[in-house]
Design a protein around this ligand. Structure first.
Ligand code: TMP
Ligand code: MG
Length: 314
């Protein structure tokens, strides 16, 4: 029978193979050694769907600390938005040391693979509450925040100009969900000259008194593992984004995986996770949950390449 003639099979198989490897040629960054994918075929299918729908159907939902910012530079840890303040001259030495003690106690709990999210949550609430109480005692002035950021070692990941620039150029909304400090992270983005109008930030914002002195924190506390609630509790913020059914999600914590839960009618979601620390212990959990895992990758090369492919010629 004709279907049994091998020469028919060969070209068909070749065509399928070429189709399957399309993104390998279009997006060579996906072959970087830092990239791990549980299901390459599925990733390619999602990216192809997003390319077909174009930038008008896309939104980017991202974490900030250790996702848009570098985890380390020249072998030295980079600060989170909290750390920028903790290590600045706006804080007394005693307070800096208390905040460092909190970090060394609670951070290992945050990233402990043997604990469930439910077990971690009370510790995270305790950490954030204690840290924010300490900050409020320091009478920090609003007009000194920019200086603290300028003098810090905070760095956006390599390739940030292309990332922020291409989202702006294609009018793709960038939603930043951060358990860090909103006032500080905005300063980091402004300091790097990329705080474009397509950016919206959900984070812990400071309340200042009439003298511009920090007196409390606004609204519900956001910690690493309740970003999902934040998204669900803010349906108005997502309303105008409901017509963008494709989501590129960037995170570095398991808590970041649910950041897009407030968006309805999602058609395609691609979750990219930065695995910065405790790689061996956490690799399996990350590969099981994120579509693309970037291991000790300090760049935005992969998200940039995917965005470039999606927006190509549009
Ligand atoms: P996020 O990146 O998920 O938004 O979380 C913010 C990070 O901030 C999280 O990894 C813990 C860290 N953090 C500090 O470094 N210092 C602090 O005082 C607190 C409360 C959190
Ligand atoms: Mg983070």
């Amino acid at each position: 029978m004709i279907f049994h003639i091998p020469w028919i099979y060969v070209p068909v198989r070749n065509v399928l193979a070429i189709w399957h490897q399309l993104t390998k040629y279009e997006i060579p960054e996906l072959t970087k050694p830092s990239v791990i994918m549980r299901d390459r075929g599925r990733v390619e299918e999602i990216i192809r769907n997003m390319h077909r729908a174009g930038p008008g159907a896309l939104q980017v939902i991202s974490d900030f600390d250790m996702t848009l910012t570098r985890f380390a530079f020249n072998g030295k840890r980079c600060p989170t938005s909290h750390n920028i303040l903790d290590n600045s001259s706006l804080i007394s030495e005693e307070c800096t040391s208390k905040l460092a003690n909190l970090l060394s106690h609670y951070y290992p709990i945050e990233i402990d693979n043997s604990l469930s999210v439910e077990e971690k949550v009370p510790h995270m609430v305790e950490w954030w509450t204690r840290a924010h109480d300490l900050l409020v005692q320091q009478r920090i002035k609003k007009d000194q925040l920019a200086k603290a950021v300028r003098e810090s070692d905070a760095m956006l990941r390599d390739g940030y100009e292309v990332f922020f620039g291409s989202l702006k150029d294609h009018s793709i909304p960038l939603l930043i969900f951060s358990a860090g400090l909103g006032d500080i992270l905005e300063e980091v983005i402004k300091h790097n000259g990329v705080f474009h109008p397509n950016i919206r930030v959900f984070s812990n914002y400071m309340e200042f008194d009439e003298n511009g002195v920090l007196c409390s924190f606004k609204g519900q506390l956001i910690h690493t593992f309740n970003k999902r609630e934040g998204a669900l509790l803010n349906p108005d913020q997502f309303e105008q984004l409901q017509d963008r059914p494709n989501i590129l999600l960037l995170g570095d914590s398991m808590g970041d995986l649910t950041m897009a839960d407030g968006v309805q009618n999602v058609q395609n979601i691609l979750r990219i996770g930065y695995l910065n620390d405790k790689v061996e212990e956490r690799r399996d959990a990350y590969v099981g949950s994120y579509d693309i895992v970037l291991v000790k990758d300090e760049t935005l090369d992969v998200p940039n390449a995917i965005l470039n492919y999606i927006t190509e010629g549009k």
